[in-house]
Structure formats: C-alpha cells, structure tokens
Design a binder for this molecule. Structure first.
Ligand code: GLU
Length: 307
C-alpha cells in the first residue's frame, strides 16, 4: 500500500475543515495554540515512518499520557489495579464528579480524569514518591518513543494547577471514599506534569508500537508488558479512549485509540503500525475534530480496522 500517497490525500481532504472546532480553552497555555494545524504520522514495525503536515510540531499530549500511566500501573499491579478503578466506559464527560459520587469514589476506567488521577496515585505508591513517579513515567515515554529529548512543558503543568479545581475536587472526593492514598494536591500535580509532556505525531506513532505488538517493541525487542496486558489496554482504548464519544470513534474508525485535549490522537493498528494525528480544533466531546475525521478517512482508504 502506498501509505505516503494515502496520507497526502487525507491532508488534502481535511483542509476545508481545519477552521472548525474549538481549541481547548480551559487553561491559557493551551488557549493560545493556533487552530489551523494538522500533522499525521504512521510508523511501521521496521521503523519506517510516513508523515504529512506538522508532524514535527510538539504539542501537549494531555490525556494520551493516561495510556502510558495505565500501562505502568497494570505492569506493576496486574489485576489488583481493578480494585481501585474499573474498565467500563463512562458515557459521561471526562471530568464528571456526579458519577464518581454515585459509584463511591471508584472511577469507571483509567482514561477519565478521576481514573487517571487514581492511577497516578498507585504509581506514587509503587515508586515511593511523587518526584520519582513523575520521572519514571517520563523515562518510560522516552523509552517507548526511543527519544530522550522528550520533556514536560512546566508552564502548561503550572497553568493546569492554577485552574485545576475540578480535578482537585475529583481527587478529594476519592480521598473521602478512601480510594486515594497520597495527598490529593500532590497527586494532581504529578498527573498534570504527565499530561503536559510534549511530543509530536512522529514520536507518538513510534511510541505506541508496543501496543500494536503484544507488549513488545518491534524495533528494539524490549518487552514492556505481557501480551495479555497489551490486549487489555487496547480493549480499554477502544471502549473508553474518547470519553463519551468512544462508541462513535469505534463506529467510524474501528481501531483502539486515545485522544487528548491538546488535539492529539493515537491509534493502534494491531500487528501492523502506530498512528498519531494532531489537529487542535476540538469537537464537543473534547476530541480533535479534524483528527477524528482524518482517522476515519484513513480507515476507509486502507480498509484497516479490527472489525
Ligand atoms: N489535563 C487535562 C485535564 O485533566 C486532560 C484532559 C484531556 O486531555 O482530555 O483536564
């Protein structure tokens, strides 16, 4: 298949829609991002990369980081992790407090904010401190992307903290239900630092290869997690990766993926490749509008889907 030609076609077809959607504006550091940007990359198992557009532009990975923290927590705690969080779709906005109250402080899944904050808490327990948990997650991301230049934008992390009242409320609510071990403020700070990691679509499409290959990096042969765990993460991405638009994404794209409010989406094509797209205009559910469109076009043109 001529992947480069397909990516170029997609780039052409999405142009009229680039002005649509709304850039995340809940923090000033993200609100100033230019909307009319588009980058799309795919990386094959032999490392061959195909890219179009702003594929070198770094952006805030935001909720995409939740896939990486979930990977580590599952690796260290195995099925015990599900005592703290579930693995069911929420059907609710990513930062809903209501559901968390109803369900006695146990988040539905690791990809809604409460779930990801809870996973961060588990990682702080495992590593012994917030600093170490942050550093090890960053190290893991650098390892799977095979790129030691990756860093956090501390200004974005700080800006999140200044406006993070709802996330702090989620953490406090879990604490009140005794489903958070560490200081809510410190846990949320650590979570925000992971969300504020900056990557581009080339790096991200490379980074998710371990999920396309049963937990093993097909290029370096490093085994990060078991095949069983990789399968579980892909399943949770398929059912919960796009907040309350997860069903829609499965319907239109048919591949496991995870979005972030920074405008990025990662997608896994099992046994074949990793894909990442970046387009900062978001739809109503907080997922990249043009990014979702581009992935749907990709699935149509290539016939690649898990169904
Ligand atoms: N840092 C963001 C928040 O917690 C992540 C949300 C997202 O990417 O969906 O609000």
């Amino acid at each position: 298949m001529d992947y480069q030609a397909i990516l170029e076609e997609i780039q052409e077809e999405i142009q009229p829609f680039l002005s649509q959607g709304k850039v995340a504006d809940y923090i000033p550091a993200l609100a100033k991002i230019k909307k009319e940007q588009f980058g799309l990359s795919l990386t094959l198992f032999d490392g061959t990369n195909y890219s179009v557009g702003a594929s070198d532009t770094l952006f805030s990975i935001q909720s995409i980081s939740k896939v990486f923290t979930f990977t580590l927590a599952l690796k260290f705690f195995g099925p015990n992790l599900y005592k703290r969080i579930g693995h069911e779709p929420s059907g609710n906005p990513f930062n809903s407090l209501v559901q968390l109250e109803y369900e006695h402080g146990k988040p539905r899944n690791p990809f809604i904010n409460a779930g990801a904050i809870n996973v961060t808490d588990a990682l702080i327990n495992y590593y012994g401190s917030e600093e170490l948990a942050y550093a090890e997650v960053l190290e893991f991301i650098r390892s799977i992307a095979d790129d030691s230049s990756i860093v956090t934008d501390e200004l974005v992390a700080q800006s999140e903290m200044d406006h993070g009242h709802r996330n702090l409320a989620l953490a406090n609510l879990m604490k009140s239900f005794k489903n958070l071990d560490n200081c809510p403020q410190r846990v949320v700070e650590t979570y925000f630092r992971h969300c504020a990691v900056e990557m581009n679509t080339k790096m991200l499409s490379r980074a998710v290869l371990y999920l396309a290959n049963h937990g093993e990096d097909p290029i370096t042969n490093k085994i990060y997690i078991s095949a069983q765990q990789a399968k579980r993460i892909n399943a949770v991405m398929l059912t919960c990766g796009h907040y309350d638009a997860s069903g829609d994404f499965a319907f239109h794209v048919g591949l496991p993926g995870k979005s972030g409010v920074g405008g990025g989406i990662i997608v896994v094509v099992p046994k074949k490749m990793g894909i990442a797209v970046f387009a900062p205009g978001l739809n109503e559910q907080g997922n990249s509008l043009v990014g979702t469109m581009a992935l749907e076009l990709f699935a149509q043109k290539t016939g690649l889907s898990i169904f």
